[in-house]
Design a protein around this ligand. Structure first.
Ligand code: BJW
Length: 248
């Protein structure tokens, strides 16, 4: 198994031969766009905030104002961010293989803004809003001093359209992701700590079904021992280099 950032010829061959490539991305892909990751000691969002205080329905019930304001701050950060060379390389990679399924745990929409099509979003979208009680999707609400505002349809509190711990993932997205993992011949896991399920189970399902697993991450993760190829480097550098080798 290769563990340095050098694009192995055998990986280039596998990619040339692949019929269906699945890409699973995590927060690391957006790190070079200035969006903080979740679990990194120095820079991760949750080095400053306790996730259990912010990303669960229980936390929202306890302190909806704190949670709403945290997400408002993150929405602002995401709206200032731009797709980076890693996002852009994935748009090009999709043109290079017969079928590519891009699955993301990210809620920032940067893959879509880069130009990726049919992105499978497992954890929702931070720019969207819904109501807490009935999941009514809400795009506008009357001006109000209330934080959070309330749903114009049912009066319950508004919240971001993201998946919190203990909540189910969107059924269609999860089904698409599972069947892609089960049927692909090459699976790329990029910029994820692979700690949060069910997303973290997808690469292992792919391996069980005989796919080649490639990991791109500067750090080791629980996936590393299962990976056929490990490229230890930032996605914004490794992905363009990989693409260049494919195009050579
Ligand atoms: C770079 C880089 C660079 C840095 N380039 N790389 C099975 C076993 C155990 C527990 C469970 C299980 N199944 C379900 C659970 C419970 C739970 C769970 O997984 N808990 C674990 C923590 C133990 N899962 C759930 O509750 C899920 N729901 C569910 O399964 O429902 C049914 C059910 C419920 C309860 C019990 C059983 C079943 C829902 C999960 C929702 C996750 N939501 C969040 C928040 C979204 C909203 C928001 O944005 O605020 O999603 S949590 C957070 O983690 C976010 C992320 O999408 C997710 C994954 O994080 P990610 O992307 O991997 O980021 P990091 O920061 O962890 O890692 C970054 C990586 O990048 C690092 O490795 C760096 O090295 C790397 N990196 N720079 C490349 N430049």
């Amino acid at each position: 198994m290769k563990t340095q950032f050098e694009i192995p010829g055998a990986l280039v061959e596998k990619l040339h031969a692949a019929k269906h490539v699945v890409v699973l991305t995590g927060a690391g892909v957006s790190a070079e766009s200035g969006v903080p990751t979740f679990r990194e000691a120095q820079t991760g969002l949750w080095a400053q905030y306790d996730p259990q205080e912010l990303a669960t329905p229980q936390a929202f019930r306890r302190n909806p104002q704190l949670v709403w304001e945290w997400y408002a701050w993150r929405r602002e950060l995401v709206s200032q961010a731009q797709p980076n060379p890693g996002h852009l390389a994935l748009v090009e990679l999709a043109k290079f293989v017969p079928q590519l399924t891009l699955i993301t745990q990210n809620v920032d929409g940067l893959h879509q803004r880069a130009g990726s099509q049919n992105v499978v979003c497992l954890h929702g979208n931070i720019m969207e809003t819904k109501c807490f009680d009935h999941d009514h999707p809400i795009s506008h609400w009357p001006p109000t001093e209330a934080v959070p505002p309330t749903c114009p349809t049912c009066g319950s509190l508004l919240r971001p359209n993201v998946v919190w711990f203990g909540e189910s993932l969107p059924m269609m997205a999860l089904n698409t992701a599972v069947s892609a993992a089960d049927s692909c011949d090459l699976f790329l896991a990029i910029g994820t700590s692979a700690l949060v399920h069910p997303a973290a189970s997808l690469p292992l399902r792919a391996v069980e079904h005989g796919a080649t697993l490639v990991e791109i991450n500067p750090q080791a993760t629980p996936l590393t021992r299962w990976a056929d190829f490990t490229l230890n480097g930032p996605a914004g550098v490794v992905l363009p280099a990989l693409l260049k080798r494919l195009q050579a």
